[in-house]
Design a protein around this ligand. Sequence first.
Ligand code: ME8
Length: 561
Amino acid sequence: APAKAPGTKPYYVTSPIFYVNSAPHVGHLYTLVLTDILKRWAVLCGDERATLLTGTDEHGMKIQKAAQKANTDVKLFCDHHSQQFKALCNAANISYDRFIRTTDDDHKAAVEHFWTELNHAGYIYEAAHEGWYCVSDETFYPESQVQNILDPSTGDTKIVSIETGKEVEWTSEINYHFKLSAFQEPLLRYYSEHPKAIIPKQRQAFIMKEIEGGLNDLSISRPSSRLQWGIRVPGDESQTIYVWLDALINYLTMAGYPYHDRADPNWLWPANCQVIGKDIVRFHTIYWPAFLMALGLPVTKQFLTHAHWTMNNAKMSKSAGNGVNPFFAMDRYGVDSIRFYMAYNGGIVDDAMYENSKVAETYQHILRDGYGNLLHRVFKSKNFNVREAVKLVGEDQAGFSDFLSMEEIDGYGDDIQALHKGIQQLCKQIASTRNNVRKWMAEPNPRIAVGLITDLIRSMNKFFHNSALWKRIKSDDASERRIAQYGLYASAEAIRVISILLQPFMPERMKFALDLMQVPDSMRTFAHAQLGADFIYGPPAVQPGVKGSPEVIFPMLLSAN
Ligand code: ME8
């Protein structure tokens, strides 16, 4: 694929920046994996400057309290947990271009500048504020969104957010407000003009309803007497900037704000896609675009919002302590197997239950028995030589095309007719998979895309098992031998195309596979993910039956549950 020329905006994708109140779990890994798949897909399609931002959200009451509780200096506390998220990114092969921390100096400068600009634009005013604040969610809730419940551990009643069940506390203070109410109309107009701004569409409909219901102005600072751990309001030391305003700006810090040149066609902002969990949709799709609109900055092009991983029907969360350790999961099943499992089984629309038995099953059926088995049977078989089949088709491409377009093969029985049909169908599905995967990655919905690739793995398996190529390739009948070579060629092409398309999902294992097939590095892009794009297999990496053949791509699991 031609590389995207300088002078066009690189693809820019972000994950949320995670709170450093405790260690990461597989829920965080899921968001990171989706984000990474989108970046790697952009690179696969030729945008070599595609950029991924992730990092940690370190200010605010929640972190201040967590550090107090741990009896640790708050910056050291942040350093420790931030490091764990960075280690997770490295372990999971997340191709981030920057790991940002909201305690970074350039970020602080960006936040201060953003505040000052909002103020100059006339969107900030000071007022008394009374309301229910939830430290865990770092947000104010209106009276209608809290309820009294009995706390079974103490026998007392407490007041919690209806949506998250987290405790709220009454606060009454003077602070700065942002005129969010002024953005009801602009936001509604924006979302009606951009029906795919929020994926999936159910969440866009939900957010539009919320906006239609009316927007209250937003408190965007807290008295520094209560909240010390944060960035002070420029010109007013007695107030500290609200952690969500501080945090959202990180996406602009990466784009060089406020020192960027808006006229530069290479400017990274706006983000092409921001990946978030459904728990933080309101902050990202109401507050964030309103802040941007207030400064006349372009709004994020798309939000991919995903559902949650659950454990025993409860949301996996740091505070509930029911998180699966992502490092253990990757150690046990392999990094790429977990990446694949998460992309394939994770929920965009609906929540998904995390189960080890399901990880093992996905690995065994799809990766090992489905993909891996065929890779080895086609490329390392004692019965065939893939290169011969490729050479045959390469030297007579017209013959192969004719074969594909024929109604049936004259003078042959049912089994040869069935083989012919099987090859035709497989080749058709290679083409349709390429096109549909591209379409769903552009949506973007990596779950549907990887599901389509998996369907092709299944079809290829079925074809291979039904076609007895190993027998026919030794037939006395030259035509039958030729048809068997065609079948082998089509199988190899299916595996090659699948492997190219799966690179963003399983970068390390697919590199191994493409190396084994001896596909040159320069021929692993989306442009090459089609039947007969080139006749590109090198000499077999491993001579059939020779000792010292490379390891099996997806080995047997040590314990399968
Ligand atoms: O909200 N299933 O940080 P956070 C799937 N700092 N994804 C999950 C999940 C689960 N059970 N649990 C968490 C914050 N996540 C803010 C963000 S951005 C400017 C500031 C993922 O540490 C999911 O992406 O609470 C969710 O949105 C995010 O972690 C919340 O991480």
